[in-house]
Design a protein around this ligand. Structure first.
Ligand code: ADP
Length: 166
């Protein structure tokens, strides 16, 4: 049985992430989607627990997609869940440079136990990122093309809660 780990912030999960999960779930026996804290992204929109609930609901009916909240290094989370490889999604050349570095580090720190597999989102999803979704939302524009309808609803509820707090 080949299990892979798909780590990320998923703040929020987009149609780009979903496209990568769909491809990975067709290629491998099980995909473990791990919500990890990215130290470079300080101000999160959703808490890890909220992200967990949202993503779990999306994949409730898919029995080879498992959602977890992880902490620490992605390679340690991969080993904990017996995943042989980490899946990363590539969007652009700028992603590529970073991912080349990351895969080498991940091989090193896992003593060659965890490999990296890069997948490409279908072209209509390649430009989407969680950051872009939040920017479009901030401009007061529609985000329906970038996120699943259930995720859009939760984003709008969260935004109105945030506004009430100000
Ligand atoms: P991170 O904080 O690790 O960058 P993200 O949630 O932004 O987490 O992304 C998780 C993974 O999904 C990364 O490998 C990222 O490149 C990939 N990804 C995100 N959006 C897309 C997309 N539209 N197409 C392909 N890959 C994507």
């Amino acid at each position: 049985m080949t299990k892979v780990l798909y780590p990320g912030s998923f703040d929020p999960i987009t149609k780009g992430h979903m496209n990568i999960i769909e491809q990975a779930s067709n290629l491998f026996d099980e995909v473990v989607v791990a919500i990890l804290n990215n130290p470079n992204k300080k101000n999160s929109f959703f808490t890890p627990e909220e992200r967990f609930e949202m993503i779990k609901e999306l994949y409730d009916r898919m029995n080879n997609v498992r959602i977890v909240i992880g902490s620490g290094a992605a390679v340690d989370v991969a080993l904990m869940y017996e995943c042989k490889a980490i899946v990363r999604g590539l969007r652009s050349l700028s992603d590529y440079d970073y991912e080349v570095q990351l895969q080498q580090i991940n091989k090193d720190i896992s003593n060659n136990q965890v490999n990296t597999i890069c997948l490409f989102a279908d072209k209509e999803y390649q430009f989407i990122s969680s950051t872009i979704v939040k920017e479009v939302l901030g401009l007061g524009k529609d985000i329906s093309n970038y996120v699943d309808p259930s995720i859009k609803d939760k984003i709008l509820v969260k935004r109105s809660k945030n506004e009430q707090r100000i």
